[in-house]
Write a protein that binds this ligand. Structure first.
Ligand SMILES: Cc1cc2nc3c(=O)[nH]c(=O)nc-3n(C[C@H](O)[C@H](O)[C@H](O)COP(=O)(O)OP(=O)(O)OC[C@H]3O[C@@H](n4cnc5c(N)ncnc54)[C@H](O)[C@@H]3O)c2cc1C
Length: 330
């Protein structure tokens, strides 16, 4: 609910993520239609302000992962969207693959649809204390279960805490905000140079080394706070903007104004005008692990412990869900 609602495909790590993101995007398209969830935005506009970023994007364009994407010159970018400042740009990567939903309305609609059309029984406000097929122990009594998929998100202490600790699962906290409408439509979800170091499909290319050196010299504080730019527009024109990344399982619940200033500084540099008024601020938290993008563990033959450990569950969750069900039920 606290996330951008962005199904990101382009730039995802080839290893274990890109395929799942493409499959999940397909499922989102079908599910959104059936569940009445509006796709509020499509596509990605990655604005590169540095020659090193443009070189990295050119290398990316030569790979099969850039299928359907194009690299625009600043003049071509200007023709596509006159509202964003293209004067300081080297290039824009345009991807048609991304989808965006408003998570706050999409998640309740998803649950309603699953209950109404597929007979899924939700037990809200119920804590599971133990997953031991053929039963679950919950705060509202036992529940029969032939098999169990445990997906605890960033709750690392209730179920299988030792297994999660052994797999090196920790927490990442993020600062986010919603800005009032800027008064124009974005050409897709907007990202910038800093994003090229956060997504494995870009950051894994050798050309990222020169960009990292330059960003360390010019935006070291952004990198220290894990700040990169995502600007995602809602149907009312408002903008969900983020984010930062602080890695600490026991992070304090306090949001740092300096971090918001860094995010908004990058916003102004990319959009070319001051940010609209802030409507909301919030902190989010997700599970993270150095070992990989997702943990799929089998504590017992009929239990799977499944955790997205890279903050991209909205982009990959449907594919991971299909694989988990296939694994448990064949
Ligand atoms: C600020 C932010 C922005 C993000 N933006 C994006 C984005 O744009 N695109 C993207 O792809 N991903 C994004 N993500 C990541 C994405 O939201 C997560 O990867 C995704 O929500 C993980 O889904 P999940 O169902 O596994 O876990 P969660 O969404 O964390 O849900 C787990 C649920 O299980 C419940 N639970 C845990 N333990 C128990 C228990 N013992 N008993 C009962 N209930 C329990 C929790 O209360 C929670 O409701 C973002 C994350 C954050 C925090």
């Amino acid at each position: 609910m606290r996330n951008f609602g962005l199904v990101t495909v382009t730039g995802q790590d080839r290893e274990g993520v890109w395929r799942r993101a493409r499959r999940s995007r397909e499922v989102w398209q079908q599910v959104a239609t059936q569940a009445g969830i509006p796709i509020v935005n499509r596509g990605l506009w990655l604005a590169a302000r540095r020659a090193e970023s443009a070189a990295l994007l050119e290398a990316f364009l030569r790979s099969d992962m850039a299928d359907g994407c194009s690299l625009l010159t600043p003049a071509a970018a200007r023709r596509q969207c006159r509202h964003l400042d293209t004067s300081g740009l080297e290039a824009v990567l345009l991807s048609p693959h991304e989808l965006r939903v408003e998570s706050r309305e999409a998640i309740p609609k998803l649950a309603e649809w699953l209950a109404r059309d597929h007979g899924v029984a939700f037990r809200w406000a119920t804590a599971v204390h133990a997953a031991e097929p053929p039963r679950l122990e919950t705060s509202r009594g036992p529940v029969a279960a032939a098999a169990v998929a445990v997906c605890p998100g960033d709750d690392l202490t209730t179920l299988y805490p030792q297994r999660l600790a052994k797999a090196g699962v920790s927490r990442c906290s993020l600062q986010m905000l919603r800005l009032e409408s800027p008064g124009f439509a974005l050409p897709g979800t907007v990202m910038s140079d800093l994003s090229l170091l956060r997504y494995g499909g870009f950051a894994g290319l050798p050309e990222s080394r020169a960009l990292r050196r330059r960003l360390q010299a010019e935006q070291g504080e952004h990198l220290r706070h894990g700040v990169h730019l995502i600007v995602a527009q809602g149907p009312d024109g408002s903008l969900v903007v983020g984010d930062s990344h602080h890695y600490d399982a026991a992070a304090a619940p306090f949001a740092d104004e300096r971090v918001y200033a860094l995010i908004l500084e990058e916003y102004s540099a990319v959009v070319g005008r001051p940010p609209p008024a802030v409507r909301e601020r919030w902190l989010g938290s997700y599970a993270t692990a150095k070992a990989g993008a997702v943990l799929i563990d089998a504590p017992t033959p009929r239990v799977r412990l499944v955790v997205v450990t890279s903050g991209i569950g909205a982009s990959t969750g449907f594919a991971i869900g299909e694989e988990t069900i296939e694994d448990l039920f064949g």
